[in-house]
Ligand binder design. Structure first.
Ligand SMILES: [Zn+2]
Length: 551
């Protein structure tokens, strides 16, 4: 990494690092011997993409998020892996005989020379982050040399042809299903038996995609294999079970959560891949609009009170909470969390994980956190009355409490908490803000096109309460860079209700939700649909995406 001392200054100037954090990193670096730049990343003060963006600006070379890009096989085939690794660059694309390469260090002249020598043309260069580089270089070459889809097809053919299915072919199939999920950056894998075959689906960027299907003869073998890996009872097929296991793959370990359910065609299995979470973000890079971002930054700086993040599963609530923690000065504030499960490891935060078998749940954690001299408490989720009461009590006794709730919009969090038996006066005096959010896929920048909206979509927008003043929108046509989906990466859309004195009075006196909503709108609150439509107008996402997640 170039000039570590200077990068610290650059990051400080950009407001990404404080003097205190630099000093602590220097202390730690004396013990570990790591580079200072690496230490900033290891301590979580700066993320690898943030570091890369700072380097990119300094060098005047554009930044490319490799996680949102499908690496071209032609480019990989041209550059041997050991060359790419030794010289320190990632072959990304090959167009008209010219390579596109990604550099962790923008002043890597050797990489430019190597690419020029290989193609006789100077390469197009991008800055990429070190996490993406180390994560993807192994993966990209592994999948190039081991084409998973071909191996899956062979595996299916073998099972189809043989009368006695061997334990090896079953084992192979189970591993390939999981590896294909990792390759596709899926968050979930579903193994779904039907009448004649078994279908495998992958959830990618929030949307299910059909992977492939295999013969029913292999169903119980594959399901049993994964149940054994998860330490579940394979004899029990009539009741739901859940378990977990760790899947080592290319120097990384992926935590898997497994849940079964008996369907009429046999056991259905849902597998969540936890190691596939994206990089750590900041409140300013989640995708919220500027006004809402400023509101959130101000609220997370409050010394006490409760902040609720709402939204369905997979709406990015945890990412928002982690981003908020990164905006808190962890060198001056004691932060404790209880999560289910811990999805990112943060330095200097006391993270704990619920353990139902041992009896460690949100409520028990919350009660005991009070004896740990806390400033900020993160309770993963309010699911019951007791946790709700503990959260409120902690927030009115001088602590900042961050938590999530499953509601469809911000405002319904109020009746939900009242349903948990929380007194309306207590609620009104502790609540700072409620936000609600969804994740939408971003249109692929490489194949984005504008089109005229058809009448039926215009009608749907009118029915959803959005004034029909949009005539055109954008969508992705599908290209190699986005794997023909038309999308790459995701961003948040959100709404945030800040509780001011007037709204506080109305919550306390049990005013109707309608009244509270009107007050919030008067204060400038914008709803999810509106925020989504603004992102459509800006060409960030498509109408289909907004309608898919908000309706
Ligand atoms: Zn595309």
């Amino acid at each position: 990494m170039a000039a570590p001392k200077r990068i610290g200054q650059i990051l400080k100037e950009r407001g990404l690092l404080t003097e205190q954090e630099i000093n602590l990193s220097i202390e730690q670096q004396k013990i570990t011997g790591d580079l200072l730049g690496e230490t900033f990343i290891k301590l979580g003060f700066v993320s690898a993409p943030e570091m890369a963006k700072a380097l990119s600006e300094q060098a005047g070379m554009p930044y490319l998020n490799l996680h949102e890009y499908t690496i071209s096989e032609d480019a990989l085939k041209l550059v041997p892996k050991d060359v790419a690794e030794r010289v320190g660059f990632m072959p990304i694309d090959l167009k008209e005989g010219r390579l596109t390469i990604g550099l962790v260090n923008p002043s890597n002249v050797l990489a430019v020379d190597t690419a020029t020598r290989l193609t006789k043309k100077p390469p197009e260069t991008y800055v990429i982050d070190s996490d993406a580089f180390y994560d993807l270089i192994d993966r990209a070459y592994y999948f190039l040399e081991n084409p998973i889809q071909l191996r899956l097809k062979n595996s299916v053919d073998k099972i189809k042809a043989s009368e006695n299915i061997t334990a090896d072919s079953i084992s192979d199939m189970a591993r390939l299903i999981i590896m294909d999920g990792i390759r596709r950056n899926a968050t979930d894998i579903h193994i779904t038996p039907e009448k004649q075959t078994v279908h495998v689906f992958y959830r990618i960027d929030g949307v299910l995609q059909h992977g492939f299907c295999f013969p029913k003869a292999a169903r119980s073998g594959v399901i049993s294999k994964i149940k054994i890996m998860s330490e579940l009872d394979i004899a029990e097929q009539r009741l739901p079970q859940d378990g977990s296991f760790s899947f080592p793959f290319l120097n990384k370990s992926y935590d898997m959560r497994v849940a079964t359910i008996p369907t009429i065609y046999g056991e259905n299995l849902a597998l969540r891949i936890l190691g596939n979470a994206g990089p750590l973000l900041r409140l300013s890079s989640l995708g919220f609009n500027d006004t809402d971002t400023l509101k959130m930054q101000a609220i997370f700086k409050k010394p006490y009170g409760i902040i609720l993040i709402t939204g369905p599963t997979g709406s990015g609530k945890t990412t928002t909470l982690y981003a908020a923690l990164r905006d808190i000065n962890l060198l001056e504030k004691n932060v404790l969390t209880v999560e289910d499960p811990v999805e990112y490891r943060l330095s200097l935060v006391k993270q704990t994980e619920v353990n139902p078998k041992a009896g460690y749940d949100f409520a028990l954690a919350g009660r005991n956190f009070m004896r740990q001299d806390p400033d900020v408490i993160l309770l993963g989720e309010i699911r019951d009355e007791e946790t709700a009461r503990i959260a409120i009590r902690a927030s009115i006794t001088g602590h900042l409490v961050l938590t999530t709730l499953h509601t469809n919009d911000a405002i319904t969090a109020i009746p939900r908490l009242l349903d948990f038996g929380i007194d309306s006066f207590m609620l009104s005096s502790s609540l700072l803000a409620i936000s609600s959010q969804r994740l939408v896929r971003k249109i692929c920048p490489f194949c984005k096109t504008e089109y005229k909206l058809p009448d039926d979509i215009k009608l749907r927008l009118e029915l959803s309460g959005v004034a029909g003043h949009i005539d055109t929108a954008h969508r992705g046509a599908g290209c190699a860079a986005c794997n023909l989906t038309g999308y790459s990466g995701r961003t948040a859309i959100g709404e945030i209700m800040v509780i001011d004195d007037e709204i506080r009075d109305h919550i306390s006196s049990s005013a109707s939700l309608k009244t509270i909503k009107e007050l919030a709108v008067g204060n400038g609150m914008r709803f999810l649909m509106e925020d989504g439509m603004n992102k459509v107008k800006d060409g960030i996402t498509s109408i289909d995406e907004v309608l898919r997640v908000v309706g």
